[in-house]
Write a protein that binds this ligand. Structure first.
Ligand code: ATP
Ligand code: MG
Length: 397
C-alpha cells in the first residue's frame, strides 16, 4: 500500500495563511473558486474538492468549481437542496464527515450518474458570510483512511476565508459588469434618441428619414447583441451557464455559420472558404454553444478583415478536433496577443475599425474551456490572424 504522508497541523495552518493571502488578492471569481477547491483537496489529502453555490430562490445548489480537471462539464450541474449532502450542510449550517457516502440516504446520486466519480468518504463545510449561507465546500475521497476531526478544523477555517473572498469577488464583479454595461448602453441610446427627435421634425427630408431609421435599426441590433453578451458573461461567471450536451457532427454546424455570415461578408466583398475532408467530425458538446463560438470567430474575421479579403475555415482531426479561422485582416500586434481573451479588451485603435464590446472572445474561451478544449490566436501584422479551436474528439470519418 502506498503511504500518503499527512502534513502536521501547524504546517497545514501555515499553508492556510499563505492561501488566505492569495485569496484576498484575487477578485476574479472563477480564479478564486479554482484556488479554493485546489487548496481544499490539497490540505485535506482528498481526491477532489468542489464548491457548490446556493441559489436560495430556486432552492438548489450548483457546482461552481471542482478540482477534478477531467470533469469540466460538472460546472453548472445542479443538486437539489432537499435530497443532497450539500443541501443538508447548507440548511443545517453544520459541517459533516461521512465515511461512506453511498450508504448515506442524504447522498445525491445524480452527480455520479453524470460524471465518472464515485464518492466514498466526504467532508463538507458550509460557506457562511455575515450570517448568510452562500454554499458548501466539499472534499471527497480521502486518499488514505477517513477524514479526521483535524481535517474538519482545517476545512472549516478555509471555508470561512473562502466565503468572505467569494462575496468580495461577487461584489467587485457586479459593480464592474454593471458600470461597464451602463456606460456601453449610453452611446447607442444617445444615437437612437437623437434620430427619433429628428424624425419628429416636419422639415426632415425623406432621405434623412431613411437614414435615421437605419441608424435606429443598427443601434437597436447593437443593444440587443450587447445585452446578450453581458448576460452570457454574467451566467458563465456565476457558474450558471447550463450545457445541453449531445453527440453531433461539427461540419453541418460550421456550414450553417457560413450561411448566416454570408450576407455580412458579401457586403464587404469578403469570400469565405470552408476546407474539410468528406468526413464526420463527431464531438460531445452543447451544439448551440459551439455554434455561438464559431459565429463569434467568423464574425470577428469579417469585421476585422480588409475589403475584398478572404476567410479560410479549416477542419481536421487527429487526437483532437481542430477548427481554424484564418483571415486577411490587418493582424494583431504581438503585445496585444496575451490580452485578447480578457473581457472588455480591444486592441488599441479597434474602435475606428468596427463596433464591439470586447466580450466575444472571452465568452468563446470560457465556453470552449468548459468543454475541455482550448482556443489559440496567432497573427502577423499586415498579413492576417488565425484563431484555432481545439476540442476533444469522439470519432472522425
Ligand atoms: N480576426 C481578428 N483580427 C484582428 N483583430 C481581432 C480579430 N479578432 C479579434 N480581434 C481584436 O480582439 C479584440 C477582442 O475581440 P472580441 O471578439 O472579444 O471583442 P469585439 O469584437 O471587440 O466585441 P464583441 O465581440 O464583444 O462584439 C477586438 O476588439 C479586436 O481588437
Ligand atoms: Mg467579437
Amino acid at each position: 500500500m502506498i503511504e500518503v504522508k499527512q502534513p502536521a497541523l501547524l504546517e497545514r495552518y501555515q499553508r492556510l495563511i499563505e492561501i488566505s493571502r492569495n485569496l484576498a488578492s484575487t477578485l476574479n471569481l472563477e480564479n478564486l473558486l479554482n484556488q479554493i477547491v485546489h487548496a481544499a483537496a490539497d490540505l485535506c489529502n482528498a481526491q477532489a474538492a468542489s464548491i457548490l453555490l446556493y441559489d436560495s430562490k430556486k432552492r438548489e445548489l450548483y457546482f461552481s468549481a471542482t478540482s477534478n480537471l477531467a470533469e469540466p462539464l460538472m460546472r453548472g450541474l445542479t443538486v437539489p437542496v432537499e435530497s443532497s449532502l450539500a443541501g443538508w450542510i447548507v440548511t443545517h449550517r453544520e459541517p459533516i464527515i461521512i465515511a461512506d457516502a453511498q450508504s448515506d440516504p442524504r447522498h445525491f446520486s445524480g452527480v455520479a450518474r453524470s460524471t465518472n466519480i464515485t464518492t466514498t468518504s466526504l467532508l463538507g463545510v458550509p460557506l457562511i458570510n455575515k450570517e448568510e449561507v452562500v454554499g458548501a465546500l466539499e472534499a471527497i475521497n480521502k486518499l488514505e483512511g477517513g477524514f479526521s476531526q483535524e481535517d474538519l478544523e482545517v476545512l472549516t477555517a478555509l471555508g470561512s476565508m473562502a466565503a468572505v473572498a467569494i462575496e468580495n469577488a461577487r461584489l467587485f464583479q457586479q459593480s464592474d459588469l454593471i458600470s461597464v454595461l451602463v456606460h456601453e448602453l449610453r452611446t447607442p441610446l444617445t444615437s437612437i434618441n437623437m434620430a427619433t427627435r429628428l424624425l419628429l421634425r416636419p422639415e426632415t427630408s425623406t432621405e434623412m428619414r431613411e437614414n435615421m431609421i437605419r441608424t435606429i435599426l443598427d443601434e437597436t441590433n447593437r443593444l440587443s447583441e450587447m445585452t446578450t453578451a453581458f448576460l452570457d458573461l454574467a451566467r458563465i461567471e456565476s457558474g450558471r451557464m447550463q450545457f445541453q450536451v449531445q453527440h453531433f457532427d461539427v461540419l453541418p454546424v460550421l456550414e450553417g455559420c457560413v450561411r448566416m455570415m454570408q450576407a455580412r461578408a458579401l457586403e464587404r466583398g469578403i469570400q469565405i472558404d470552408l476546407e474539410a475532408r468528406e468526413c464526420q467530425y463527431q464531438i460531445k458538446a452543447d451544439p448551440d454553444k459551439i455554434k455561438q463560438v464559431f459565429l463569434n470567430l467568423l464574425h470577428n474575421a469579417v469585421k476585422y478583415n480588409r475589403p475584398e479579403g478572404k476567410i479560410t475555415i479549416k477542419v481536421d482531426a487527429e487526437d483532437e478536433l481542430r477548427v481554424s479561422f484564418a483571415d486577411t485582416g490587418p493582424g494583431i500586434p504581438e503585445e496585444s496577443l496575451p490580452h485578447l481573451f480578457e473581457k472588455f479588451y480591444r486592441v488599441p485603435g479597434t474602435e475606428k475599425a468596427a463596433q464591439g464590446t470586447g466580450l466575444g472572445l472571452s465568452i468563446c474561451q470560457r465556453i470552449i474551456e468548459a468543454h475541455g478544449g482550448r482556443i489559440e490566436a496567432q497573427s502577423e501584422v499586415g498579413a492576417g490572424s488565425t484563431f484555432t479551436v481545439f476540442l476533444p474528439l469522439e470519432k472522425s470519418c
